[in-house]
Design a protein around this ligand. Structure first.
Ligand code: IMP
Ligand code: MG
Length: 188
């Protein structure tokens, strides 16, 4: 383990999901998705930046032809609570008409992000199939309900970091997922 990762680990309150557990679950999800979309080409739309590591591992494990599109959205703007506003470019930068689409995010929290993007895809394109996958789903009431087809792990309503997910830009390179210790802010 690098010194940088060891430093981040030592500032966590605790590890929630270790790297091996995450990798096993991602492989399971990839098998299910490949079965469900068998014989078709998958068009993946991933929300950046938090889902980057998840999508990189998931896509390499899905035994299907795949296209990848990315969208940058933000509702946190640096803190640990959603601002409730989802910022998205005016028009989607790709066309998904007649495609078999899998929309992917790291965490389902209030539901606003995925609901907004899903609505936009349905309003602007006519995909043949549209399914949704998240690595984590927080047990909490949603502000918007979103139909989610693939969930990696259900977790309690706590702020998590690692495996792509950040707090103020830090912790993305942790191979595990952990709970942030509010008493130990990240050291530069
Ligand atoms: P929602 O719109 O409230 O469902 O929020 C989803 C987005 O918020 C996700 O794309 C994540 O990027 C971010 N998010 C939600 N919870 C956490 C967390 O615990 N850690 C890091 N990012 C989070
Ligand atoms: Mg996000």
């Amino acid at each position: 383990m690098s010194e940088a990762v060891a430093g981040l680990l030592s500032s966590l309150e605790r590890v929630l999901l270790d790297a091996a557990t995450i990798q096993r679950r991602v492989a399971d999800m990839a098998r299910r998705i490949a079965d469900d979309f068998k014989g078709r080409e998958l068009s993946v739309v991933t929300l950046m930046d938090g889902a980057l590591f998840f999508v990189a591992d998931l896509l390499r494990a899905i035994d299907l032809p795949v296209r990848l599109h990315t969208l940058t959205v933000s509702s946190y703007h640096g803190g640990t609570k959603s601002t409730g506003r989802v910022q998205l470019a005016r028009a989607l930068p790709f066309d998904l008409t007649t495609r078999h689409v899998l929309l992917i995010d790291d965490i389902l929290d209030t539901g606003l992000t995925l609901a907004t993007v899903r609505d936009r895809i349905l309003a602007e394109c006519a995909p043949e199939t549209l399914r949704v996958a998240v690595l984590l789903s927080k047990r909490r009431p949603r502000e918007r309900e979103v139909p989610v087809d693939y969930v990696g792990f259900e977790i309690d309503d706590e702020f998590v970091v690692g495996y792509g997910m950040d707090y103020q830009g830090h912790y993305r390179n942790l191979p595990c997922i952990g709970i942030l210790n509010p008493l130990h802010p990240p050291r530069p």
